[in-house]
Design a protein around this ligand. Structure first.
Ligand SMILES: NC(=O)C1=CN([C@@H]2O[C@H](COP(=O)(O)OP(=O)(O)OC[C@H]3O[C@@H](n4cnc5c(N)ncnc54)[C@H](OP(=O)(O)O)[C@@H]3O)[C@@H](O)[C@H]2O)C=CC1
Ligand SMILES: Nc1nc(=O)c2c([nH]1)NC[C@@H]1CN(c3ccc(C(=O)N[C@@H](CCC(=O)O)C(=O)O)cc3)C=[N+]21
Ligand SMILES: [Mg+2]
Length: 305
């Protein structure tokens, strides 16, 4: 039996529609337009693509988008001054600083300078602590998008065995917290995990967030399990031929070997078109949520964890 393919692109479109509805209501009933500020330091081409796509979708759902592009040599003091200005700007309800930052900038210091109420990435230590203690917080977009898809597939996740591969602060750890919040039995695996194949074979839910192309083969997957592939890896695709400059063409693959996993899994997210589009949709959702909270209005239902 081939797996059900979880269409993250279509799911993200329904999330954006809900967001657009809330934005329209905020405008009509309260005269408020939610605003998202995205800060990009440096010229990393992949980051530029994401930031452009975020800005475009922000405008499409009716929100204001403020893009701040700083050059790679920007000082920490200048970046902190910009964040301060965004923190106090009443038109800005969400602030995202694109990661990774250039080496000379302290990421923890910069992230923790963001007003936690505007921290739509959910990376501020205050939001991390709130999530870890089950209190209302801003929830990181990628894990939130994964949770929404898992709830859509399964309804209740209660009692399911979940394995998260990867323990980063931006994906693995918050993903594990959310699964725990939905009463899964959660295992977090990482580069020092012994017998990773056997750990993964126990899982009803596998979330792969490693950054290694096609690392998880189908024979690690329990038949019928749900596989969520967070990985975004660009690999050479000589079968597609060459670019005009003679360089080899590339394609995106996830952290799971899609073809073999799809033979065994019950449901699986593709790359592209799975977790990635949901991440951006959840960023827009978090911005509306932040805007409602900032104005003492009831927050949108179905867009938070
Ligand atoms: N779709 C989306 O919206 C997003 C996609 N991504 C993608 O997700 C992937 C992970 O991102 P991120 O969490 O930031 O990555 P990090 O590099 O921060 O973390 C990777 C994790 O994988 C673990 N790991 C590395 N090698 C192995 C291995 N051989 N076996 C088991 N675990 C291993 C590391 O373990 P250790 O801690 O021991 O080093 C680490 O915990 C990347 O491909 C990234 O591009 C990221 C964010 C959003
Ligand atoms: N502060 C911060 N917050 C982030 O959320 C954040 C970040 N920094 N740094 C980088 C990672 C990565 N990330 C992605 C978002 C969307 C897609 C996405 O939409 N991917 C498309 C394909 C895009 C393509 O073709 O390149 C897809 O999977 O279908 C991918 C990756 C957010 N990140
Ligand atoms: Mg990292």
């Amino acid at each position: 039996m081939a797996a059900k393919v979880i269409d993250g692109k279509a799911f993200a479109a329904t999330v954006r529609e809900k967001v657009a509805g809330h934005v329209a209501r905020l405008k009509e009933e309260h005269g408020i337009t939610p605003g998202l500020a995205v800060v990009l330091v440096g010229e990393d081409p992949a980051s530029q693509v994401y930031v452009r796509s975020k800005g475009k979708q922000t405008v499409e759902v009716g929100m204001n988008s403020y893009e701040h592009k700083l050059d790679a040599g920007t000082s920490e003091a200048d970046l902190l001054a910009l964040i301060d200005q965004l923190n106090t700007d009443p038109a800005v309800h969400g602030i995202l600083v694109q990661l990774p930052l250039p080496k000379h900038l302290n990421e923890d210091l910069v992230i923790n300078a963001i007003d936690p109420a505007k921290d739509v990435d959910g990376f501020h230590i205050s939001n991390v602590g709130l999530l870890g203690t089950g209190q209302k917080s801003m929830v990181p977009c990628t894990p939130l998008g994964c949770l929404m898809m898992l709830r859509d597939v399964h309804g209740s996740l209660s009692g399911m065995d979940a394995v998260v591969i990867g323990r980063s602060n931006i994906v693995g750890k918050p993903m594990a917290q959310l699964l725990l919040g939905d009463s899964c039995t959660v295992t977090i695996a990482h580069s020092r995990t012994k017998d990773l194949p056997d750990v993964v074979r126990r899982a009803d839910i596998v979330v792969a967030a490693v950054g290694r192309p096609q690392m998880v083969p189908g024979d690690w997957i329990k038949p019928g399990a749900t596989v969520i592939d967070v990985g975004i890896n660009r690999i050479d695709a000589p079968e597609k031929g060459q670019n005009e400059d003679g360089s080899v063409k590339t394609r995106l693959v996830g952290d799971v070997d899609y073809d073999s996993c799809a033979q065994v899994a019950g449901a699986i997210t593709p790359v592209p078109g799975g977790v990635g589009p949901m991440t951006i949709a959840c960023l827009l959702a978090n911005t509306v949520t932040a805007c409602c909270r900032a104005n003492g209005l009831p927050e949108p239902e179905g867009l938070t964890a």
